[in-house]
Design a binder for this molecule. Structure first.
Ligand SMILES: Cc1cc2nc3c(=O)[nH]c(=O)nc-3n(C[C@H](O)[C@H](O)[C@H](O)COP(=O)(O)OP(=O)(O)OC[C@H]3O[C@@H](n4cnc5c(N)ncnc54)[C@H](O)[C@@H]3O)c2cc1C
Ligand code: SF4
Ligand code: SF4
Ligand code: SF4
Length: 387
């Protein structure tokens, strides 16, 4: 273990930097794989420590401009999670530029990939999973060193990991971070997918977390299977989503995140503008509205080029964060989460998720915890008495 679980974001930049190839993400803890060093091969060069973003000072700045924004293009809005900002930013990149973002592979594992501008539709849509980034930092550095333009997208700690890995400012790099609730465990998600495949007797080929079929403000989750079956459900019927919403499946460091602050490190920060209908009535809510923070001069110049293709109104950071508190403050760690990961080891996934997603953090849950702990202790005492 290189650093504490509460700090490490499992980005794998240390893996990329190690000249001995002796670090791997293999140390399991609370649903995530953390770096482990093979001490027999380590030469103590400390490169892994020097690239780790956790030890770097945050060099961010308060946003220059905050806007509520919606694409004028219905095709863009159809594919986007919120108001389509990601696709508009890509549109104004020069030909030959590369975009880095998250895609599902055939096993439904989310990975960061580099794609030419022409293929970016593969990045569209929020995958509420941890995106694997090992290897991406080396690849991006090579492209930048060749003088090509790159737009790197990801959650704030991934942006920070790239910047720390590069160790210098790159004029041809544009960074776009997502507002971030947190990254949920991909290992848990894989188990959940296997369970769905068993239930519907077919391979899952697509999992859309934020279908707009009933409108942006009325989320639906849609699973599609290889046998053609399509299942559309409300978020509260998806136990995996509920575990994410209740913060059970989030990485340890998401509860101690350094990036939930006003000063942003990326050129742009994009998210959903929840509650916009109570602030400005300029938008068709059903189609999705983005909150966009423009944080640098480079970002400002790019935004100037998309102004005519979007509807937007200026607003404040406070208005944007009113219903998006994760932007500026951490969530509390609850005893429920600790118990959840304890039970992850032994309980079948469907039971685990169903049991934990039906309670809130109120009195009902507290009583359930007490009952559960009592049963555990009685069993322990019984076992000891039998020995
Ligand atoms: C894990 C996660 C947590 C989020 N939490 C919040 C939140 O709390 N509040 C909020 O307002 N918005 C949050 N968002 C952002 C929001 O869901 C939209 O992604 C954002 O508004 C951009 O939407 P869009 O319409 O511009 O484009 P979209 O087409 O939806 O955005 C696509 C972009 O998202 C990137 N992306 C998709 N999945 C991932 C992933 N797993 N990891 C890294 N990058 C990914 C793609 O690479 C691409 O750059 C979160 C997104 C993710 C992935
Ligand atoms: S570089 Fe990333 S994976 Fe490695 S220790 Fe630091 S935060 Fe963890
Ligand atoms: S000290 Fe050097 S060799 Fe050892 S794990 Fe870190 S990067 Fe690799
Ligand atoms: S909450 Fe913070 S640490 Fe967690 S994934 Fe988001 S940016 Fe990274």
């Amino acid at each position: 273990m290189l650093i504490d679980y509460v700090k490490c974001t499992c980005c794998g930049a240390c893996v990329d930097a190690c000249p001995q190839n002796c670090i791997a993400l293999t140390d399991f803890h609370n649903g995530f794989l953390y770096p482990q060093i093979d001490s027999n091969r380590c030469i103590n060069c400390k490169k892994c420590e020097s690239v780790c973003h956790v030890s770097h000072e945050i060099k961010g700045s308060a946003s220059l401009l905050c806007v509520a924004v919606q694409s004028k293009d219905d095709m863009v809005l159809e594919h986007a999670t919120s108001g389509g900002m990601f696709l508009h930013l890509v549109k104004v990149l020069p030909e030959g530029a590369y975009v880095v973002g998250a895609v599902y592979d055939e096993q439904m594992v989310v990975k960061h990939e580099v794609l030419p501008k022409s293929d970016v539709h593969k990045f569209c849509g929020s995958k509420y999973n941890r995106s694997e980034t090992v290897g991406i930092f080396t690849e991006v550095k090579k492209i930048l060193d060749n003088g090509k333009k790159v737009m790197f997208t990801g959650v704030p700690c991934q942006i920070s990991a790239l910047k720390a890995y590069l160790g210098k400012n790159c004029e041809n790099l544009i960074t776009c971070e997502l507002f971030c609730h947190g990254q949920p465990s991909d290992l848990l998600f894989r188990k959940y997918v296997k369970n769905l495949e068993k239930k519907y007797s077919s391979k899952l080929v697509s999992y859309c977390f934020r279908s707009k079929s009933k409108g942006w403000d009325n989320q639906r989750i849609v699973y599609r299977f290889a046998n053609g079956k399509e299942v559309c459900i409300k978020p509260e019927q998806d136990a995996n989503w509920m575990a994410f919403g209740f913060h059970l499946s989030l990485m340890d460091s998401c509860f101690h995140c350094r990036y939930r602050i006003l000063e942003r490190q990326a050129d742009f920060s994009i998210g959903d503008f929840w509650g916009i209908e109570n602030i400005k009535q300029n938008f068709n809510i059903k189609k999705g509205v983005s909150a966009l923070l423009i944080n640098t001069d480079k970002g400002q110049r790019m935004f100037n080029r998309i102004r005519s293709e979007v509807n937007y109104v200026t607003c404040s950071f406070e208005e944007i964060s009113l219903k998006n508190t994760g932007l500026y403050k951490n969530f509390s760690l609850t005893p429920k989460r600790a118990l959840f990961w304890k039970d992850y080891e032994t309980m079948p996934i469907d039971r685990l998720l169903t049991e934990y997603s039906k309670f809130d953090n109120g009195i009902r849950y507290k009583l359930a915890v007490i009952k559960k702990e009592l049963v555990r202790h009685i069993k322990l005492i019984k076992n000891r008495a039998e020995i």
